[in-house]
Design a protein around this ligand. Structure first.
Ligand code: SOE
Length: 382
């Protein structure tokens, strides 16, 4: 786990919930965070994390001009991702952009082309779930044929932080976060993870979306992600994004799948479930018990496998602690950045483990197909 200080320096755009998660993970791999850009709140984040340069007023252009930054982490609301990622590439910075990559495939397609024209720069999309040790183990299991041919995949990504009609976040507004909220925000995590494990993209979808709360009440002013602070004054507004979704999937290679996505699932705080059913056996994982994989067998004994114990050692290089010393959500960001910064320092891998601009583009194309399917009541290809 020995981490020597990196010569690379990071700048953070955004001062909400996930920005400090990036900052903490970077510190753990020895990368200096030299700048942060955001609202006035950025000053408090800079003080807390001893970040020398602060750019308030969301002035990311000023931050991108700093020679003290090699890599830009974009953690702002989704509608800002395109402009910020484009300017960062044009400023010669490597980019790690939070998901979803941008608001639509026109924007993500342009970023793919621009990243291709700046091939010396690394461009990653922050699909951190790939870097839970269990996800890397499941990917190795599938690649090694330990489950046989994958017949079907089942799963969910459930949260409850938007269950109440008074729960508010910018993601609820299509203009801020995109037409698909739950699917764009957490559904793309699950779909990216499933494809990463299977080694196959999703080729077609059949989707049902639902907006349970047709109107909600929003505070007058800014609210941070996962905030449960009681707002002072609220106003009613019509909701134009979905609370939950049921989606059927067809993967390349023939596997079929179904996933449920919800941000109104009482008691589920940040619960990702992934189950793979193959001809030789099955494997299932729950992100709230992240260091355990359950393997199922038709004729043999079912078994529970623990990280860093025999049978669960294929995440080498992306797990640091001995068995029983739990690794989870924050560690997945640390391991994602270990992979990205290694490519920045040593040259891009031919087949990176982290999500690239193309992967981010495909996830937004999936969202487009899901919306088309919901509206048409038909299967849609991606
Ligand atoms: C809110 O749903 C959120 O912060 C997502 O935006 C993150 O990607 C996820 O990791 C946790 O929940």
């Amino acid at each position: 786990m020995q981490t020597s200080p990196s010569p690379l320096r990071a700048g953070i755009i955004g001062s909400g919930f996930i920005g400090p998660v990036h900052i903490e993970a970077l510190r753990r791999i020895g990368v200096a965070v030299t700048a942060i850009c955001g609202s006035e709140k950025a000053r408090a984040v800079a003080r807390q994390w001893s970040i020398p340069q602060v750019f308030t007023g969301h002035d990311y252009v000023a931050m991108l001009a700093s020679p003290e930054i090699d890599v830009v982490h974009i953690t702002s609301p989704n509608r800002q991702h395109f402009a910020q990622a484009k300017e960062a590439l044009l400023a010669g910075k490597h980019v790690i952009c939070e998901k979803p990559l941008a608001m639509n495939t026109a924007e993500t397609g342009e970023l793919v082309a621009l990243a291709g024209r700046h091939a010396a720069l690394v461009f990653a999309v922050n699909y951190n779930v790939r870097f839970y040790p269990a996800v890397l183990q499941l990917r190795a299991d599938v690649a090694a044929g330990r489950l046989g041919q994958i017949i079907h995949v089942n799963g969910s990504y459930f949260q409850d932080w938007l269950l109440k009609p008074t729960d508010y976040n910018w993601r609820l507004l299509a203009d801020e976060g995109g037409e698909l909220r739950a699917v764009g925000d957490i559904g793309t995590h699950w779909m990216d993870t499933a494809s990463f494990v299977l080694g196959a993209r999703i080729e077609a979808v059949m989707a049902q979306l639902s907006t349970f709360h047709k109107t909600r009440r929003r505070p007058v002013g800014e609210v941070q992600t996962f905030s449960h602070d009681a707002p002072a004054e609220t106003v009613s507004y019509p909701v134009d994004t979905e609370d939950f979704a049921n989606i059927l999937l067809r993967f390349g290679g023939g596997a079929l799948g179904n996933v449920a996505i919800s941000q109104v699932a009482a008691g589920r705080k940040n619960s990702i479930r992934l189950e793979l059913y193959g001809t030789e056996g099955s494997a299932s994982w729950h992100s709230e018990v992240p260091n355990v994989i359950h393997y199922g067998s038709r004729d043999g004994a079912n078994r529970e496998s623990h990280r860093a114990c025999p049978g669960f050692t294929d995440a080498a290089g992306f797990t640091d602690y001995p068995p029983g010393h739990a690794e989870g959500f924050p560690d997945s960001f640390k391991m994602l950045y270990r992979a990205v910064y290694a490519d920045i320092a040593n040259g891009k891998s031919a087949t990176p483990l982290y999500a690239t601009a193309e992967d981010g583009h495909h996830e937004v194309a999936l969202c487009d197909a899901i919306l088309r399917s919901h509206r048409s009541g038909q299967w849609q290809t991606v």
